[in-house]
Design a protein around this ligand. Structure first.
Ligand SMILES: *[C@@H]1O[C@H](CO)[C@@H](O)[C@H](O)[C@H]1NC(C)=O
Ligand SMILES: *[C@@H]1O[C@H](CO)[C@@H](O)[C@H](O)[C@H]1NC(C)=O
Ligand SMILES: *[C@@H]1O[C@H](CO)[C@@H](O)[C@H](O)[C@H]1NC(C)=O
Ligand SMILES: *[C@@H]1O[C@H](CO)[C@@H](O)[C@H](O)[C@H]1NC(C)=O
Length: 290
């Protein structure tokens, strides 16, 4: 009787534990990568797994051949475990998940984290249809094109900015249309391309393109233009004044004013002298010819 009770007790306990584990009484761990989940070849990345204060073992796993395989374990009570992947290359890039152990049970796995290595192929070319300055409400279209015929995946991203990763299936070139844009779309954009058969191995980033979204652009230009026109007008006025002075100046002074303007009369005389002097040689020449 006693042994049967024990067996029953164990069965209930095991069942209970199983139910607890299946119920997911523990919070699901949260996986993240810092500085980013898109890392240049030979770079390093930290994968963080956030569990609970009572978690005493963390496990990082990578998806290989359709099953998750253990990469690393970390023992010790901690709320967040850090796994360093160094270097990030074609072997370590991939799909990761993590889980933790608490009260002798494993938590459910985290969501998947896709760790991408970049720089394995030539950079694609990024361009935009319009200018690099846009008004809020406009739609902006970026084109990303690759020289690799076989590449059929593209993504547009904003390094350093709020995460923006738009993936597209296409051949050779793809259009990403953003909009209607607002001020928070300002920033630097790059694109990548890769082949769908190797989803975690991307090209080098394209050259960066800066987009400025501003609602003061046109006003600034208008003000600028007014200032420019004003300056041009003033210059024109000044030129006209100088011209008028030069043309009318010598004729303007009346006889009685001329004493007050000795400089002007001197220059008039001087120019008259030059005029006369200029004629003289011609007369001389004529004389000598005859
Ligand atoms: C890879 O990175 C390490 C430093 O993390 C550096 O010492 C090494 O030279 C790099 N290798 C190449 C091929 O760039
Ligand atoms: C996946 O499985 C195939 C055979 O089924 C094997 O050749 C290959 O090495 C495996 N890859 C990994 C990463 O384990
Ligand atoms: C921007 O695109 C949206 C659709 O995404 C469209 O409804 C809207 O009219 C477009 N705006 C402009 C200014 O072209
Ligand atoms: C800009 O647009 C995005 C997405 O359309 C939106 O999430 C964000 O709140 C907007 N920001 C501002 C400052 O309006």
């Amino acid at each position: 009787m006693a042994s049967r009770d024990v067996t029953l007790f164990c069965l209930v306990l095991c069942l209970g534990q199983k139910i607890q584990a299946q119920d997911g009484n523990f919070p699901i761990p949260i996986i993240s990568a810092t500085p980013s989940s898109v890392i240049p070849w030979n770079g390093s990345v930290k994968i963080l797994c956030r569990g609970t204060l009572e978690s005493y073992l963390y496990q990082l796993e990578i998806l290989e051949n359709l099953t998750y395989k253990q990469v690393e374990k970390q023992l010790g009570f901690q709320e967040v475990a850090e796994f360093v992947i160094n270097p990030v290359d074609t072997n370590t890039a991939g799909c990761y998940q993590c889980r933790y152990r608490r009260e002798h049970h494993w938590s459910a796995p985290s969501e998947a984290l896709e760790l991408v290595v970049t720089g394995l192929y030539d950079k694609p070319f990024l361009s935009t249809n319009g200018g690099h300055v846009a008004m809020p409400g406009e739609n902006i279209s970026f084109q990303c094109s690759s020289a690799h015929m076989s590449f059929d995946r593209f993504s547009l991203s904003r390094p350093g900015g709020p995460t923006l990763s738009r993936h597209r299936d296409a051949r050779l070139q793809v259009d990403f249309t953003l909009g209607p844009v607002n001020l928070s779309f300002s920033g630097v954009y790059t694109c990548y391309s890769w082949h769908s058969g190797r989803p975690y191995v991307w090209s080098a980033p394209s050259d960066a393109l800066e987009l400025v979204v501003t609602d003061t652009a046109r006003q600034d230009h208008t003000t600028e233009n007014w200032v420019r026109m004003g300056v041009a007008g003033l210059v024109l006025l000044a030129l006209l004044a100088i011209l008028a002075e030069n043309r009318l100046g010598p004729q303007l002074p009346h006889q009685e004013d001329q004493q007050d303007l000795p400089d002007l009369s001197w220059s008039w005389q001087k120019s008259q002298t030059e005029w006369t002097f200029g004629l003289t040689p011609k007369d001389h020449q004529g004389d000598s010819w005859s």
